[in-house]
Ligand binder design. Structure first.
Ligand code: IPM
Ligand code: MN
Length: 353
């Protein structure tokens, strides 16, 4: 019997619906080629809904979404909504409520894509960042007192529990083992200043690595140095594991080295629950509705989702189709510069599957 997957789709704001449409197109082509079924169900969470109803996210949403095999998300962020409301109320809320404790962000330069890094090609830029996705300054721990006075005190705590660190590290070691390339896991931290939090990370890193993954080589880099080496010697990296905030920052740097927001994909993973795949780029309001935005990041998310569902062959086929399109078809990854419309790029990828 062929497998059936139920996929919740959150097209979201701006160009989100346009890129998600192309991702679905490619996923459908992959499903029919590889003999499984995808049932998509759309959810209208995002800025438009909030402006219309005043509700950011229905309380029932997390429970509803838990029933799906996976979630595909376009973009969250609306120009008429104050920054932070939708990001915190939808994106971060879902990551937390669904306990998606890993944010998996591959940094891979596809053939034909030009990197701003001089003399670096696809053979140099191919690694994965495992970003912890539930702790750190994202927990909301802290507060403000004497607001508006010269003595105002603002505190935002960097919070990590041993449990959060352990489960993230275990995932990263497992991922490195499964990837089986350089078998090297690099911890990115700041042990020279954040002597409580990254001491915890570093001890756990070596304890777990030594006991359970002795064949995986362990490296450590401070976050500032990581940025430097991601530019100078990206070929050093295989898998990088890091905290939530550092992961947020270094993956934007990683994304630009692989060609930018048009191509960078990511997955919010709960290895024991439901995961949510989202392009790293935002809602790009100025390109909305023009059919010129690059859908490859969203299509790439589809490939990541297939891999996560266990449809490895289909996942690989989608990625290879993307690489064929970047190598032989589109001129530039930028919106309006591809030489094709959003839907034509979707067609090009789907056709190759
Ligand atoms: C990301 C984004 C989010 C984050 C924002 C929108 C809350 O920057 O997914 O990287 O900080 O995680
Ligand atoms: Mn970010």
């Amino acid at each position: 019997m062929s497998k059936n997957y139920n996929i919740a789709v959150i097209p979201g704001d701006g160009t989100g619906p346009e890129v998600v449409r192309e991702s679905k197109k490619v996923l459908k082509a992959a499903a029919s080629k590889f003999g499984f079924k995808l049932n998509f169900e759309d959810f209208d969470f995002g800025g438009e809904r909030y402006l219309r109803t005043g509700e950011i996210l229905p309380d029932s949403a997390p429970e509803q979404l838990k029933k799906f095999d996976s979630i595909l998300l376009g973009a969250i962020g609306h120009p008429d909504v104050k920054p932070g409301i939708l990001e915190k109320g939808i994106l971060l809320k879902l990551r937390f409520e669904l306990d998606q404790y890993i944010n998996l962000r591959p940094v891979k330069l596809y053939p034909g894509v030009s990197s701003p890094l001089k003399d670096k090609g696809p053979e140099h830029i191919d690694y994965v960042v495992v970003r912890e996705n539930t702790g750190d300054v994202y927990t909301g721990s802290g507060g403000v007192t004497m607001k508006g006075t010269p003595g105002e005190v603002a505190i935002q705590n960097m919070v990590y529990t041993r449990m959060q660190v352990d489960r993230c590290l275990k995932y990263a070691f497992e991922y490195t083992r499964k990837r089986n390339r350089k078998n090297t896991l690099a911890l990115c931290g700041k042990t020279n200043v954040l002597t409580y939090v990254f001491d915890l990370w570093e001890r756990a890193f070596h304890e777990i690595g030594k006991a359970l993954y002795p064949e995986i080589k362990r490296e450590y880099y401070h976050v500032d140095a990581t940025c430097m080496w991601m530019v100078k010697n990206p070929e050093w990296f295989d898998v990088i594991v890091t905290s939530n905030m550092f992961g947020d920052i270094i993956t934007d740097l990683g994304a630009i080295t692989q060609g930018g927001m048009g191509i960078a994909a990511g997955g919010n993973i709960n290895p024991e629950g439901v995961s949510m795949f989202e392009p790293i780029g935002g809602s790009a309001p100025k390109y909305t509705g023009k059919n010129i935005i690059n859908p490859l990041a969203a299509i790439s998310c589809g490939s990541m989702m297939l891999e996560h569902l266990g449809e490895d062959k289909a996942a690989r086929a989608v990625e290879e189709a993307i690489m064929d399109v970047t190598a032989n078809k589109i001129k530039d990854l930028g919106a309006g510069k591809m030489g094709y419309s959003t839907s034509e790029v979707g067609d090009l990828v789907a056709e190759r599957i």
